[in-house]
Each structure stands twice: as structure tokens, then as C-alpha cells.
Ligand binder design. Structure first.
Ligand code: FAD
Length: 395
């Protein structure tokens, strides 16, 4: 059934585009308003786990996704800094299949936008304010344009304007760590153990590697203590020599990759405190605006994709009078699960970046015990009105 409501989504990142496509699939029309003059993403990778990937497949994007993805289904290896083995994870996905893929963010945006009509994406629209009454929400954009919607979804990232319009004016929380990100072109077959992602964990830092773009690029995320002053920006440059020094003495496999890096970005890692609510009347938050998290479980985008599908399930067939109640259903489906993932992402970062060598045996044991939590993450199917299972205890 095609619903008559007008949904306005603020932000055309992974969250906004997925939500628009998922709503459309359930007969709900949505317009996406993006501040940037054109869609795009900075050059970095993102790992799509089974819980996110299996949802995107349902948007009819499977061919496009397989063309841009690098399968990581042979396992996620966790190693000490010298390359010795701690643990390997290969959890089954929601469909019983292991579907984990490394993708380049720009490629993912290109695929997602094919699931949303071009006419429904309005670039160059920076939201500056909103006001709601009993019947709808009025949006105001920087260049003076206005729009009235029945429902507004803030998918506008960690610095969300919609979030602050709901009265949440707290600042992003610095983690005390910063991440180097780099992409290395693949020029030989033996550059990587294809089908795997690997995480090296050592005193105070960790180093994550997986291929993206159908194995044509290798994506690197190297987390180090912040010196202070690193920007919360995805395009601040880093120095490959400083990256090499930060991992001096680690597994030579890491240094073979670092030696090939020409450009690297370095940005401070921030998350947000959990919110007491994501919804007010006809306005709701989604993705990083609702639950910005540290990247240590690789779940920020995956949880954002889950949000979009749960939102679509909640809004299907709803008329304008039912929007507020439907958004409450969406929040009830999502907030507890995403908040748990937010918290465990922080805890995982603290565990990976532990300094005290005397506690490394205990650290490794805790890393081995996280498998049921990963299974819980991967096996949830957010494309329904069924509440997620509570998280298993872990670590
Ligand atoms: C180092 C690092 C590694 C990561 N790795 C992974 C990973 O492996 N797996 C994973 O699942 N997640 C990962 N993540 C997290 C993931 O990238 C984010 O959670 C995800 O991109 C959030 O999507 P979003 O759409 O909510 O926000 P964003 O991607 O930030 O998109 C927000 C959009 O809103 C627009 N916007 C902002 N303000 C306005 C406004 N006022 N008006 C209009 N438009 C506006 C922006 O221009 C942008 O296009 C990682 C994050 C980091 C920092």
C-alpha cells in the first residue's frame, strides 16, 4: 500500500540513502536533503557485516554490491602485534550465511543512490532549523528554502542539527585515540590473504586491515593514542612516516603495507553519550545522529542500515496522524540494541588498546569470549517489527 505521508530525511550518507530506499520499498515516499552540493564520500573503507549486508541485498542491490565488495567471509583474525594468533571469528549471518564485505564508502554511496530516484535527493540543502505543530514539521534551509513534512528523520551524522533541535546540545566525546586511514592499491596476488580481515593488537594501539573494491584496494585503519589537536575530520592528512614509527617493531606484514602508503588521513575518534530518547513528536534520529559510536566493532554503518529498515517497517501504511506513534515504535525497536553496540564499541577499544603487558593474557581471553556477542550482532534481522533479542553477556 502506498502511504500518503511526506517523509523528509536530512542527510544523504549511508543512513539517509538506506532509509529512503527501505521506505520506498514499503511504499512510503521520502525526500532526502543533503547539505553537500553533490553526493560523495571520503576515500575510506567500511566493513558491512551480515546484519547490514543482508538488508541491503533486499533493496535489489545484490549485483551492484558484489561488484564493489571484497568478501571477508573466510574470517576475522585477531593477532598480537608480532602476528601470533589470539582468535578468529566467523559468525553466521541473519540468513545463516556469512556475508561480510569490505567496501569503499564512495562505492557504497554510488550503489545506494541507485535505489533512490534522483528527483528525491536534493543536494545543496543545509538544514538550519525545524519547527513542528500538531499536523507537520516545517524545515528551513540555509539558502532560505522551506519544506513541510509529516515526518522528519535526522540522518545528519555525528554533528547533527536535528539532534540539537531536539534539545541535545552535548558535545561529541573524545576517545583519547586517533585513527590513521589509508588505501593501498593492490598490485600483486600475494599482497594479502584474500577473504580475510586481520586485526593486530598491541600495547596502546591496534592495526586493522581488509580489502575493499573487489580486492583492488587494501584498507587500513590504525588506531593510536591521540596527541591532542587531531581533528574530528575525515579529510585531515596524516604522515605515513609517523604511522610507521607508531608501529615500529610490529609484524613485518604491517610494515610491507605501510611502506606502500602514499597518502594517509588522521582523525580523532569521537563518540556520543547514549541519548534518553531519539524521537520527539514527528521527528526522529537515525544513524550517527542517534548513536555515534567508536569504530571498534565495525558496526556504525551496519547499525545505521538496521535503523533504516526498522523505520520503514514502523512507518509502512501509516497516515499523518499515526506518525508520532510509529516513530515511537521505531525507537523501541532500535534504541536498546544500538545503545548496547555503542557501549561495547567503547569497551572493545579500551580492551584492544590496553597498555599493561601484565594483563595481556586476560585481554586475549576476553577477546576470545566475544564470539557470542558477534553472533548476536550478525544474526539480527531488522526488517520487521519484531524486537531484537537482548544482548548476551560477554567478556
Ligand atoms: C575510523 C572509522 C571507521 C569506521 N568503520 C566502520 C566499519 O567498518 N563498519 C561500520 O559499520 N561502520 C564504520 N564506521 C562508522 C560509520 O562510518 C558511520 O557510523 C556511518 O557512516 C554513519 O552514517 P550516517 O548516515 O548516520 O552519517 P554520515 O555518514 O555522517 O552522513 C551524514 C550526512 O548528513 C549530511 N548533513 C550533515 N548535516 C547536515 C545538514 N545540516 N543538512 C543537510 N545535510 C547534512 C552530511 O553531509 C552527510 O552526507 C567507521 C567510522 C569511523 C570514524
Amino acid at each position: 500500500m502506498v502511504s500518503g505521508i511526506r517523509v523528509a530525511i536530512i542527510g544523504a550518507g549511508i543512513g539517509g540513502l538506506t532509509a529512503a530506499a527501505a521506505l520506498r520499498r514499503r511504499g512510503v515516499e521520502a525526500e532526502v536533503f543533503e547539505q553537500a552540493p553533490q553526493l560523495g564520500e571520503v576515500g575510506a573503507g567500511v566493513a558491512l557485516a551480515s546484519n547490514g549486508w543482508s538488508l541491503l541485498e533486499r533493496l535489489g542491490l545484490i549485483e551492484g554490491l558484489e561488484a564493489i565488495g571484497s568478501s571477508l567471509g573466510n574470517g576475522y583474525y585477531q593477532l598480537r602485534e608480532d602476528g601470533s594468533f589470539i582468535s578468529m571469528l566467523r559468525p553466521p549471518g541473519a540468513t545463516g550465511r556469512m556475508r561480510v564485505f569490505g567496501v569503499h564508502r564512495a562505492d557504497l554511496i554510488d550503489v545506494l543512490r541507485t535505489a533512490v530516484p534522483e528527483s528525491a535527493i536534493r543536494t545543496g540543502h543545509r538544514l538550519t532549523g525545524l519547527a513542528q505543530d500538531g499536523d507537520g514539521v516545517d524545515l528551513t534551509f540555509e539558502h532560505g528554502a522551506t519544506y513541510r513534512a509529516d515526518a522528519v528523520i535526522g540522518a545528519d551524522g555525528i554533528h547533527s542539527v536535528v539532534r540539537s533541535e531536539l534539545g541535545f546540545v552535548d558535545a561529541p566525546v573524545p576517545s583519547g585515540t586517533a585513527a590513521y586511514r589509508a588505501l593501498v592499491p593492490v598490485d600483486s596476488e600475494d599482497m594479502w590473504e584474500w577473504g580475510t580481515s586481520k586485526l593486530w593488537i598491541g600495547p596502546g594501539r591496534h592495526f586493522l586491515v581488509y580489502p575493499v573494491r573487489a580486492d583492488r584496494l587494501i584498507n587500513i585503519v590504525a588506531v593510536v593514542p591521540a596527541l591532542g589537536g587531531e581533528r574530528d575530520s575525515w579529510s585531515a592528512p596524516g604522515d605515513p612516516r609517523e604511522l610507521a614509527n607508531a608501529f615500529a617493531g610490529w609484524d613485518p606484514v604491517i610494515h610491507d603495507l605501510i611502506d606502500r602508503i602514499e597518502h594517509t588521513f588522521l582523525w580523532g575518534l569521537f563518540d556520543r553519550a547514549p541519548l534518553p530518547g531519539w524521537t520527539e513528536g514527528r521527528v526522529a534520529l537515525l544513524g550517527d545522529s542517534a548513536h555515534a559510536m567508536l569504530p571498534h566493532l565495525g558496526q556504525g554503518a551496519n547499525q545505521t542500515i538496521e535503523d533504516g529498515f526498522a523505520l520503514a517497517a514502523a512507518l509502512e501504511g501509516v497516515d499523518s496522524a499515526g506518525v508520532g506513534a510509529a516513530l515511537q515504535v521505531y525507537e523501541a525497536l532500535r534504541r536498546e540494541r544500538a545503545t548496547t553496540v555503542q557501549r561495547v564499541s567503547r569497551e572493545s577499544g579500551n580492551l584492544f588498546d590496553m597498555e599493561e603487558q601484565a594483563r595481556f593474557e586476560d585481554r586475549d581471553e576476553r577477546i576470545r569470549r566475544i564470539a557470542p556477542f558477534y553472533a548476536w550482532l550478525n544474526q539480527h534481522d531488522a526488517d520487521s517489527l519484531v524486537a531484537p533479542d537482548p544482548a548476551p553477556t560477554h567478556g
